[in-house]
Design a protein around this ligand. Structure first.
Ligand SMILES: [Zn+2]
Length: 105
């Protein structure tokens, strides 16, 4: 390990696991509401959007956890350069460095 700034990988993993738990709970609640939106008076479109967002978040967090397991966490997927620790602190599941993210997909 030559990373001497930012949170340790264990801290990041913990954060991601907490997020995964939260997103999973959110998704479960949304799916329950979405099964019968009229019973709760929720807008079905809003539920669908939030469900999609929660699913996506789960995918992102799961992908980040598998990158940690593979040892590729913290590297940009496009230019393979290191992603700055301060960016990972704000966005633990970031898969691109700032310049690559800014250049669009
Ligand atoms: Zn990059």
């Amino acid at each position: 390990m030559n990373v001497d700034t930012g949170p340790s990988i264990d801290t990041v993993r913990q954060t991601l696991q907490d997020q995964l738990r939260q997103h999973t709970a959110t998704l479960a609640a949304l799916v329950a509401v979405g099964a019968d939106p009229s019973a709760t008076g929720e807008d079905p479109h809003a539920i669908a959007t939030r469900t999609a967002t929660a699913r996506r978040a789960i995918e992102e967090v799961t992908a980040a956890l598998s990158r940690i397991a593979e040892g590729s966490y913290g590297r940009c997927e496009r230019c393979t350069g290191p992603i700055p620790a301060e960016r990972l602190e704000i966005l633990p599941h970031a898969r691109l460095c700032v310049p690559c993210q800014a250049s669009g997909c």
